[in-house]
Design a protein around this ligand. Structure first.
Ligand code: SF4
Length: 365
């Protein structure tokens, strides 16, 4: 890929493959590249990208699915809120089926306690049309969805919406990548960086992974050819013995990202330590509502306490999310854990590693 180019032709995919093969010949050992984006995980399975690559290149899926990394304590707190008579839960669709200790929010749907929303506008409209109830928005996801939460807070303040609060569970991608290399999976050679998140945070956000940890990072879009070009760039850097920062998604991602969205997040949300399902507590890896807007924090408003942390018995999502095992190395994979009856969150979301392997990739394994 030349500088500034984003359009990739079929000839480019042949070129990318030649580049990858040539790098493998020079490196002479397995190359482990992690994608930290659920959309990449699904695209890699759906388009059969693993089958195209030389066997030396191992693609491993990291903690890139927002539902999968949401800890069970968060679900338990959401269930506790849903049990209150005057509360209406507003949530993105995938969260409804994620199991906590007390089951999932799915069981509250028939009673009309849970509403699936698609946008910040939906949440605000729900609060306006239910003045006799308190709408609690389950704010999860990475930097991609956090700006929408900031917009909800801004609008609620400006419009003086009193019956709205937020259970904030947003996570930040770069601290999780650092935590992985720092100990949970030191064998990662390079990262295919997430396209959506990078639109907000900018490609320069990965500079610290490159400079401090000496791992190549390349931001890619979601077309197969973009993914192949990203992998080729990483492999070439590894063959040349250098760590660099690249992007094959320059049509959408700038070096500094979306400054307006970053400012909006910084105004209403602050960086805090956060617990990730399967990965534990990671410093400076989450977002919480700033103290001055505490009246919109569901935990404060209802005087709740975070339940103790606990993983689903037998579920190995932590090892899956760290890239330490393949999903089908979990003894529960496929029986009894399936997308129809998930035991862990990685089987719930269509972007979860277990669900993606179940749907697209069992023949690969
Ligand atoms: S197969 Fe099911 S139980 Fe096993 S790690 Fe995946 S989600 Fe968890």
């Amino acid at each position: 890929m030349g500088p500034g180019r984003d359009h990739i032709s079929l000839a480019d995919i042949g070129q990318a493959l030649r580049q990858i093969r040539s790098a493998c010949c020079r490196i002479q050992r397995p190359i482990r590249i992690m994608e930290v984006c659920g959309t990449h995980t699904v695209a890699i399975y759906r388009h059969g990208i693993r089958q195209m690559l030389p066997k030396e290149v191992q693609l491993i899926s990291g903690p890139g699915c927002p539902v999968c990394v949401t800890e069970d304590a968060y679900i338990d707190l959401a269930l506790e809120l849903a049990s209150k008579t005057d509360v209406l839960i507003a949530t993105y669709g995938d969260m409804v089926r994620v199991p906590g200790r007390g089951g999932s929010l799915e069981r509250c749907q028939p009673a009309g306690k849970v509403q699936v929303v698609l946008s910040a506008d939906d949440v605000l409209a729900l609060a306006r049309s239910n003045p006799d109830r308190i709408v609690v928005f389950l704010a999860v996801g990475f930097e991609t969805t956090a700006p929408a939460t900031a917009v909800i807070l801004q609008e609620a303040i400006e419009s003086d919406i009193q019956n709205l609060c937020i259970l904030c569970g947003h996570k930040l991608v770069v601290p999780a990548m650092k935590a992985l290399i720092d100990g949970r999976n030191t064998l990662i050679d390079g990262f295919l960086c997430p396209g959506h998140v990078s639109v907000i945070i900018g490609s320069n956000a990965f500079r610290q992974i490159v400079d401090v940890y000496q791992r190549p990072c390349v931001v890619a879009g979601f077309e197969p050819l973009q993914i192949m070009a990203g992998l080729a760039e990483i492999c070439t850097m590894l063959a040349e013995g250098r760590a660099g920062l690249g992007s094959v998604y320059r049509a959408a991602v700038t070096p500094d990202g979306n400054i307006h969205a970053q400012q909006l997040m910084a105004r209403y949300l602050q960086v805090v330590p956060a617990r990730w399902r399967g990965l534990g507590l990671i410093p400076q890896s989450g977002l919480a509502i700033r103290a001055e807007f505490g009246r919109f924090d569901a935990v404060q408003r209802f005087g709740l306490a975070w339940p103790d942390h606990r993983e689903s018995p037998g579920c190995r999502c932590g090892e899956v999310l760290s890239g330490l095992i393949w999903p089908d190395q979990c003894p529960l994979f496929g029986d009894p854990c399936t997308p129809q009856s998930p035991i862990g969150p990685c089987m719930v979301s269509s972007e979860g590693s277990c669900a993606a392997l179940y749907k697209y990739g069992r023949h690969v394994r």
